[in-house]
Write a protein that binds this ligand. Structure first.
Ligand SMILES: [Zn+2]
Length: 301
């Protein structure tokens, strides 16, 4: 049986000081003990004022957070830890405004950047995974209702492709990608690298999905007729679509085109680890430790 995630009380007790957070990061960054990034030596001295680990062999100095999402952060690690813990805990996501209040973070800009840095690390971690086996695929549209064409030809809406592996009638790993349009080229460009070579894709028969066919990659169009039948043919992808739409409406109001991909990554990251809820906190921390930071300027572009 799956272990339950740690309670808020226990979490607070465990990570009540900066030192406790640093020790935890140290263990995750160097699970087999310290290793100098330059010469692999395993002995170091700790510079307590500058928080640097100095290799006893080559004298190279490294901070615990260099080359990670936390690089040069001025926010205490305790607040980062809480933010990551709470982002992972809520299946539907959590608004940055409520985190700002809960964690007593002065500016919304700071908490907004923190949230997107964590999402960036989640996206990078999941980018290593390729979908395999039987895959349901469909597209969804996000944005305010506009008059005129609805569905695939709708104007002014964000178009997102959703893919879910299915095995024994249960969902596996999921991926979502925003695309400019639903052309063959765009679908292929967005998803080609996310797929293994041996897959069967089921869609509602939208012909541009044929772009993903090659070798042992097969496309099986299932013509669903009216839109009401689509959830019966593609049950998991439609469950994902209705969940993400609900989340985006309820928690993240008015997500812009620039940032939607990171929200989609956050949603998929949590979904993909739904059976490891108790490990989620350490997994996200590890993803943050293995990811170079991203600046505000980069986030804004
Ligand atoms: Zn060294």
């Amino acid at each position: 049986m799956q272990q339950k995630p740690i309670s808020l009380i226990k979490f607070q007790r465990k990570f009540s000081t900066e030192r406790a957070c640093q020790k935890h990061l140290f263990r995750l960054r160097w699970p087999d003990g310290y290793k100098c990034p330059r010469c692999d030596h395993d002995k170091y001295s700790f510079h307590s004022i500058r928080h640097l680990y100095q290799c006893k062999s080559c004298k190279y100095q490294v901070s615990l957070t260099a080359g990670t999402i936390f690089h040069k952060t001025r926010t205490p690690l305790r607040k980062w830890f809480w933010l990551i813990f709470l982002m992972g805990r809520q299946k539907s996501g959590i608004s940055m405004l409520s985190l700002q209040r809960m964690l007593d973070i002065k500016s919304y800009r700071t908490v907004w950047i923190m949230g997107h840095k964590v999402r960036h690390a989640m996206a990078q971690r999941d980018s290593y995974y390729k979908l395999a086996g039987l895959i349901e695929m469909d597209d969804m549209y996000i944005g305010s209702k506009k008059s005129g064409k609805q569905g695939r030809g709708a104007l002014g809406k964000m178009k997102i492709i959703v893919a879910v592996e299915t095995k024994d009638d249960k969902p596996g790993f999921a991926k979502m990608e925003r695309v400019e349009n639903l052309s063959k080229d765009m679908i292929s460009q967005a998803f080609d690298e996310h797929l293994t070579d041996n897959i069967s894709i089921i869609t509602d028969g939208w012909s541009p999905y044929n772009a993903l066919e090659s070798g042992n990659r097969k496309h099986f169009p299932v013509f669903v007729g009216s839109g009401e039948n689509a959830p019966k043919v593609l049950p998991w992808v439609h469950t994902m679509i209705s969940n993400i739409k609900g989340n985006l409406r309820g928690i993240y109001h008015g997500v812009s085109t620039k940032h939607i991909s990171r929200y989609l990554s956050e949603f998929c990251y949590r979904f993909n680890r739904r059976f490891w809820e108790n490990q989620l906190f350490d997994r996200v921390l590890t993803a943050c430790l293995n990811c170079n930071t991203i600046t505000f300027a980069e986030l804004k572009t």
